[in-house]
Ligand binder design. Structure first.
Ligand code: PEP
Ligand code: MG
Length: 837
């Protein structure tokens, strides 16, 4: 027998986890199952990874290499009714396992039944009857007719090379949809183990996001996880922990990125086409029908090796493109929404999908045909499950598929549907992919209508983030509307009205007008300075990327640019721009701003902003590697032309040089020395040289840096990432990377105080500056300049004019003493000031 009465000890009171393991193992020694040395093996194994399973059960076992110390497969149970600390949990049933073969599997299967049955776990942890434990866990010990728990599917344990199963529940919000599936695949991939998830009859490879989506596991669905292989136990434990933590599905107020705020039913109105509201607002425009291009390709190919290489190359290029799109969208609409493209990247690495495509190539298909076939069959399978959320993920998969196909068939780049657009275009499409939506130019596109899709699709999420009124699921009738048809898009109600009459246009205009009133009031006052009610002036500048934006920024009321992301001037090039090319661009920028300050940030490549012409080293953690100023100092041939161009352009306006990712005085001094060398060579007048404060070290050392930098601009996007240790592109931890975290606020406070002590000005140019809740706090902390994206300038100025500096200072002090960003956001006065305009 694997388990016997002598191997069960009730009411034990070990003082520690180690003691508990020793006591449980001693039962195995005493009954002749193991050599005493195996006890140490169990302790060593526990040191590598805790064996706590859940529901008060831990399963210590020895290291694989020490199996020779086992005389016969056996299990012992130490009952600890009071519990013993096991990491962050308490174990009450310590089940020590010495497994030579798989004879103990049945016991483990039964143990998994106890998991998830808290009442049974409680009874076993407190019973005075060893027979109950025996009967529950060991089938051989159970008398005939005794009730035995129902068996879960096949199970095993790492030590025996078999699998071991646990039961888990799909996240409660929307089940195992894209985001948790991606998180789960990410966890599973870390282990040398095959991990399978079962939902009813369906099975999925946990490392394949597509396979997980095909499970169709809705909210709270019961799932069984089975792991096989050398790291099966660790994998299982990590997966269990992932499910317990909700696989990134927080219950905070940040709605999951792929779900609409609420479900809605279509509204009917005579003469109008009803769809579902996907992005609020009303727009009047003209139809522009968009059709996704379909790539042509040969179905078969003679040389599978060449096709395999072509597919691998296209996948690598598509991955690089997606990173670029993600970085770009992060800048435009924030990391949370840009994470969609991270999920797309996951599709490109999906083991099942890739295996299928490669198998098709082996059978004679061309690379595009193999890829198209493999992705199409999975997309169809997702649609066939009949779950609208999964149908929308099929759209994401098609998007990724097209991206790779474009590479394989020679068409390159993202679909640029903004080029042929008329003014005030209402883009109508069968369905738009997220990439296509990301490519929409909000200056020309006033509305968006899709025949298919749903309000939870990434397309809808992006439309909301871009501020474009949108309707989805409007049906095929919308595709019948000829180009140029005048329409009203009512994104609030999900109605598309073709050929509206005068009264309807008037009503729409009224709706637009009232929504626009506030914006208009702000815009009308855009050129008024942002002076608080008690007379404190805050500069409001715009973040820019291209010279063409200068005029737009000034027209929007910007008092200069507090951040020119110079890397984006060169993002579509295979070669670095020459000094003269750069000079021309910077000159145009300086002139465009007509003498207003232009804070030109030197190349900030690396991390989330790879550039094609920069040879980025392979790094495990690019965000912690050769990025920003470090990269420039390591490549003077890249850095010097930019500095020379900036110094030359400074004659045409008020250019200041800003260094990104400064981590301390050494790099600042090295950069300043290089700038000075070039300045002397050019016989150019000096320009201000400031730094981005975006590495926590710079904030902590701000007093020293302020002695040598002419100004500071706080990059709250990176400062938040590095302070809170949350990747700014992380697909599931977005809710944790809130710049209003008091830890970040305290660093900002330190920076401002250190700068002002030296008479330096401080700006904030991260996304935080445009957050209506954050802006008053930044003003209260004494920040001198806020630099935001162009559409936010007027509203921010209006908001500041509605503030009192004294009250903002009080709010800032309170915020600094809050415990969490959520607490800061919940402060009534913070919410009040957010609407100060
Ligand atoms: C920042 O990090 O806050 C910042 C403004 O720089 P970027 O977003 O370009 O890294
Ligand atoms: Mg930055």
């Amino acid at each position: 027998m694997i388990l016997s009465a002598e191997r069960i000890r009730l009411d034990a009171k070990p003082g520690s986890k180690d003691e508990a393991i020793r006591q449980a193992a001693q039962l195995l020694v005493d009954t002749g199952a193991i050599a005493p040395a195996y006890v140490e093996s169990m302790l060593r194994r526990e040191g590598e990874a805790e064996t706590y399973l859940g529901d008060g059960i831990a399963i210590p076992h020895g290291q694989r290499n020490d199996r020779n110390l086992i005389h016969s497969t056996a299990i012992s149970v130490l009952q600890v009714p009071q519990g013993v600390d096991w990491g962050e949990d308490k174990a009450r049933l310590v089940v020590a396992i010495a497994a030579q073969g798989d004879e103990h599997i049945e016991v483990l299967r039964r143990l998994t039944e106890v998991l998830g049955d808290s009442a049974l776990a409680e009874r076993l942890a407190t019973t005075r009857d060893p027979g109950l434990i025996l009967r529950t866990l060991d089938p051989d010990a159970a008398p005939a007719g005794a009730p035995a728990p129902a068996m879960p599917p096949a199970a095993s344990l790492e030590a025996s090379g078999e699998g071991f199963s646990i039961g888990v529940q799909a996240p409660g919000a929307a089940g195992l949809h894209a985001r948790p599936a991606r998180a789960l695949a990410g966890i599973a991939k870390r282990y040398d183990a095959a991990v399978e998830i079962r939902h009813g009859e369906r099975r999925a490879d946990a490392k394949s996001m597509i396979s997980l989506l095909q499970l169709g596991a809705g909210a709270n669905a019961q799932l069984t996880v089975t792991a096989h292989g050398p790291q099966a136990a660790e994998a299982l434990e990590a997966v269990r922990a992932g499910f317990v933590a909700g696989l990134g599905e927080g219950d905070d107020d940040h709605a999951p990125a792929d779900r609409a705020p609420e479900a809605v039913a279509p509204v009917a109105e005579e003469g109008a086409i009803a769809g579902l509201p996907a992005s609020p607002g009303v727009a009047i425009g003209v139809i522009f029908r968009h059709r996704s291009e379909s790539a042509g390709y040969a179905e078969t190919a003679a040389d599978p090796a060449a096709e395999r290489a072509a597919l691998d190359g296209a996948l690598a290029e598509a991955k690089a493109e997606l990173r670029q799109v993600a970085a770009d969208m992060t800048t435009r609409i924030g990391a949370k929404h840009a994470a969609i493209f991270g999920a797309h990247e996951e599709f490109l690495e999906d083991p099942e999908l890739l295996a299928d495509a490669r198998m098709r190539i082996e059978k004679g298909a061309s690379a595009p045909a193999a890829w198209d076939g493999a992705t199409a069959s999975r997309a169809e399978a997702l649609v066939a499950l009949g779950d609208p959320l999964l149908a929308e993920r099929a759209n994401d998969l098609k998007d990724v598929s097209r991206r790779v196909l474009r590479r394989l068939t020679g068409a390159s780049g993202d679909p640029d549907i903004s080029v042929p657009l008329p003014e005030r275009a209402v883009v109508v499409a069968e369905d738009l992919t997220p990439s296509e939506t990301a490519g929409l130019d909000p200056m020309r596109v006033v509305g968006l209508v899709t025949a298919a899709g749903g309000p939870t699709a990434h397309t809808a999420i992006l439309a909301r983030a871009l501020g474009i009124p949108a309707i989805v699921a409007a049906g095929p009738a919308v595709m019948e509307l000829p180009d140029g048809t005048p329409v009203i898009v009512d994104g609030d109600r999900g109605l598309l009205r073709p050929d509206p009459d005068a009264a309807q246009i008037a009503a729409a205009e009224k709706a637009i007008a009232s929504g626009r009133d506030r914006a208009a009031a702000a815009k009308a006052a855009a050129f008024r300075p942002a002076v608080t009610r008690d007379g404190h002036r805050v500069e409001v500048a715009a973040n820019c990327r291209k010279p063409e934006e200068a005029v737009e920024a000034v027209a929007a009321g910007a008092e200069g640019t507090g951040l020119v992301r110079s890397e984006f001037l060169f993002d579509d090039r295979a070669e670095p721009p020459t000094e003269d090319e750069q000079f021309e661009i910077y000159r145009k920028l300086a002139e465009g701003f007509g003498g207003l300050p232009v804070v030109l940030r030197t190349l900030d490549a690396g991390g989330d902003k790879p550039l094609r012409f920069v040879r980025h080293p392979a790094e495990a953690n690019p965000f912690l590697g050769l990025r920003g100023l470090r990269l420039c100092l390591a490549n003077p041939a890249l850095f010097r032309p930019q500095i020379r161009a900036a110094l030359r352009a400074a004659k045409h306006g008020d250019i200041r040089i800003m260094l990104p990712m400064v981590d301390g005085l050494a790099d600042l001094r090295a950069a300043k020395a290089l700038i000075e060398e070039e300045r002397r060579d050019l016989i150019a007048p000096p320009v201000e040289v400031g730094i981005m404060v975006e590495v926590p070290a710079a904030a902590v050392m701000a007093d020293q840096l302020a002695a040598e930098a002419d100004f500071f601009s706080i990059g709250t996007n990176d400062l938040t990432q590095y302070t809170l240790a949350v990747d700014r592109l992380h697909p599931t931890l977005g809710a944790r990377s809130d710049a209003l975290d008091p830890a970040v606020l305290r660093l900002i406070d330190m920076t401002v105080k250190a700068a002002h002590a030296r008479g330096r000005w401080v700006g904030v140019c991260g996304n935080m500056a445009a957050d209506p809740v954050a802006a008053p706090i930044l003003v209260g902390l004494g920040v001198d300049e806020l630099s935001v994206s162009i559409p936010n300038v007027a509203a921010l100025k209006a908001q500041i004019r509605g503030l009192s500096r004294t009250e903002a200072e009080r709010l800032a002090r309170t915020a600094l003493n809050c415990a969490t960003a959520a607490e800061v956001r919940a402060l009534p006065v913070a919410r009040e000031m957010a609407h100060a305009a």
